[in-house]
Design a protein around this ligand. Structure first.
Ligand code: CUK
Ligand code: CUA
Length: 659
């Protein structure tokens, strides 16, 4: 029975048993004499890999490099290639989603050094996010999970960069929250989250993408279907369950419109000319019980015709639901039955997952997940063909468990194979010309460790990918690192793709392992020249909202019977007020400005007994309001080690008993 003839159930049980095999191979990591030298450790890793792939010998070519994390499998590239000398900086910024940690991480590439973490959906003491009034408000406006559900987290999967002219413009980065159905924006001027939108009519905002080439919209797609209204009444009626495709305004972060679809939505990408957006899905059956979701052996890639959607909105063919204009884009709906359907449904095999548009904008691909193929759709054909399936122009067989695809700009696609634990490289045009199901377009495979989800190549979302580095984001690390208890890190592996070799790996070389805190899904990699953050704040950015407090302006003002405004500057190594007095029960607002002009001199302001922890970067002002409910003496102190007299950087709040 060929893979293409299997029922979805066969495919899943086959995959489950193969995954069990992979897991069963785990050896307890142990330090033995043999592992005492790096070189031997490298050989041992190699031997195991080679046995798994059925390749023999060749391991001797591996070279040791102090500080490297592994030996290369084919022997030509070495880990020196990603080594960035002390004092040197990286070529690329990599923005990593942090999964259910609710944050975004910034890495330098190719060194893979983590440079910053940017909290998004959760408070973070390290940078005072969610502690000052401004960032508290960002969390609250985004439907603060702590007040709604007693939870404080998000599930970040897909970081996307703003574009101008089809290229990253370094203005914003957006990140979804699969957990809370939200979309957040990070302002790349300051690398800080500045907006979160709680999207109506959606549970689980999963795939996201910006409308190329000029970021007219930011798209978020709803993965879980939910009854609308979700009031507990229609739980067994599949017609009441919705999944929506959402377009947000990139500046206001308001929802511009939504399209309701049949089935659900999974991952998303946009065409390159502003007309199309795409999403995969895995529940064409529209089942609300998990067992039913893989019954059929086909699902749909949905192609959203943004021109047709905008004219339907302009003609008023929407319904307002929970404040949002919603178009009915279900199969067979009125808007889909005209000459210009708003959504085209293109049947693709078995629960396709990754949705990726080629750099030229000619094709959109769906990675098969439960099918060993990648389906290639010719975008221009979509509105022209009578049978939607005729827009499918290629379907190379790439291996088991294809999840996501990325590009090198030389005409190759790279697809992760979750089950095979490999990255496979294939030729786009050869795949279009080959018979469907052909393995000929595959140029090579490299083993990764283990079970990769996303992968991303440098600048791969632009029209001109760099084609030098690729990262495989592997879900399991198993035995690759020192054991750290039962929760293992993921393993992001750096692969050199700069050469098109004729070896089994198609020229790909595994260069480095990089352990990561749970649990990135995806990343986006931009050249350093395109990201230009400020290294201190600019006063003009908050001139209308907050004061700028100098040492001279530092003072306590009583603003009411029960309210006090404390203004103070912060500089090495003192606050503008050494002490101040308020009354028991006062609502106290503290406004603090860091008047330093030198980069990297940050001052904190913590009042632990009042739950306060601000971080104030040079030229920035932050504010916090709290109630001084207990009489006593409370020390304010600086949390950033800012100077030789950092420890002395304190102030004393005296709360007098109210008589
Ligand atoms: S999904 Cu995680 S591996 Cu959320 Cu992009 Cu495919
Ligand atoms: Cu200011 Cu430490």
């Amino acid at each position: 029975m060929s893979d293409n003839d299997k029922t979805p159930e066969d495919t899943i049980s086959d995959y489950e048993s193969r995954l069990n095999d992979v897991l069963a191979e785990v050896e307890d990591p142990a330090v033995t004499d043999e592992r005492a030298s790096l070189e031997l450790a490298g050989l041992e890793i190699n031997r195991r890999d080679l046995m798994r792939t059925g390749v023999v010998a060749g391991a001797g070519a591996a070279t040791g490099f102090a500080g490297s994390s592994l030996m290369t499998q084919s022997g030509h590239a070495t880990s020196d290639d990603h080594f960035v000398e002390p004092g040197e900086t990286d070529t690329y910024y990599g923005f990593w989603s942090g999964g259910h940690s609710g944050e975004v991480r910034v890495l330098g590439m190719p060194s893979m050094r983590e440079i910053r973490r940017i909290p998004v959906f959760q408070r973070d003491g390290a940078v005072g996010y969610g502690h000052d009034e401004k960032t508290k408000q960002v969390l609250e406006e985004g439907g603060d999970m702590s007040s709604r559900h007693g939870l404080e987290w998000g599930d970040c999967h897909h970081p996307i960069l703003s574009e101008s002219g089809g290229d990253y413009d370094g203005k914003y980065l957006w990140i979804n929250d699969k957990g809370g159905g939200r979309m957040a924006r990070i302002n790349l001027k300051y690398f800080e989250t500045d907006a979160i939108t709680d999207i109506p009519n959606m549970q689980a905002c999963h795939g996201c993408s910006v409308q190329s080439p000029d970021t007219k919209y930011v798209y978020g797609v709803g993965e879980f279907r939910e009854p609308v209204p979700n009031d507990g009444r229609n739980v067994d009626n599949p017609d009441k369950y919705w999944s929506t495709f959402t377009a947000l305004n990139p500046e206001s972060m308001d929802v511009e419109w939504q399209v309701r679809v049949s089935g659900n939505l999974d991952n998303a990408d946009s065409g390159k000319n502003g007309r199309w957006a795409f999403a995969t899905g895995y529940n064409k059956e529209a089942a609300f019980k998990v067992e039913g979701m893989t019954r059929d052996d086909r699902d749909y890639v949905k192609a959203f015709d943004v021109d047709a959607i905008e004219s339907a909105i302009d003609s008023g063919n929407y319904r307002k639901v929970n404040g949002v204009k919603v178009l009915d884009g279900r199969k067979g709906s009125r808007l889909n039955s005209s000459g210009d359907p708003i959504v085209h449904y293109i049947p693709t095999p078995k629960s396709p997952h990754g949705c990726d548009v080629t750099p030229s904008g000619k094709y959109v691909t769906a990675s098969g997940k439960l099918s060993p193929t990648v389906t290639i759709i010719d975008i221009e054909k979509i509105p022209k063909v009578d049978d939607p399936e005729d827009a499918i122009v290629g379907q190379p067989k790439v291996g088991q468990g294809p999840l996501h695809t990325t590009w090198d700009g030389r005409g190759h696609g790279y697809t992760t194979l979750f089950i095979d634990s490999k990255v496979t490289k294939w030729d786009i045009e050869e795949a279009v010309n080959a018979k469907k199901g052909s393995t000929k377009p595959v140029k090579g495979k490299v083993t990764v460790h283990y079970s990769p989800g996303h992968l991303q190549a440098a600048e791969a979302e632009t029209t001109n990918p760099s084609g030098d580095w690729l990262v495989s984001l592997n879900k399991l690390s198993k035995d690759r690192f020192l054991p750290v208890g039962p929760i293992h890190p993921d393993n992001d592996q750096l692969i050199d793709i700069s050469e098109d070799g004729t070896d089994k790996q198609g020229g790909m070389d595994l260069i480095a392992d990089h352990p990561v805190h749970p649990e990135p899904h995806d990343c986006v990699i931009a050249h350093r020249d395109k990201i230009n953050p400020k290294t201190t704040w600019e006063k003009s950015d908050y001139a209308d909202e907050k004061p700028y407090v100098t040492p001279k302006d530092s003072e306590v003002n009583r603003t009411g019977d029960r309210s006090v405004h404390v203004k103070m500057s912060a500089t090495r190594n003192q606050y503008g007020l050494r002490d101040f007095t308020v009354k028991e029960g006062d609502e106290v607002t503290i406004t603090v400005t860091n008047i330093e002009t030198t980069r990297d001199i940050i001052h904190g302001l913590a009042i632990p007994k009042h739950g306060i922890n601000l971080a104030v970067a040079p030229q920035d002002t932050r504010e916090v309001t709290f109630t001084a409910d207990q009489p006593g003496v409370y020390w304010l102190y600086c949390t950033y080690f800012c100077s030789a007299l950092h420890l002395e950087m304190r102030s004393r709040m005296i709360v007098e008993p109210r008589k």
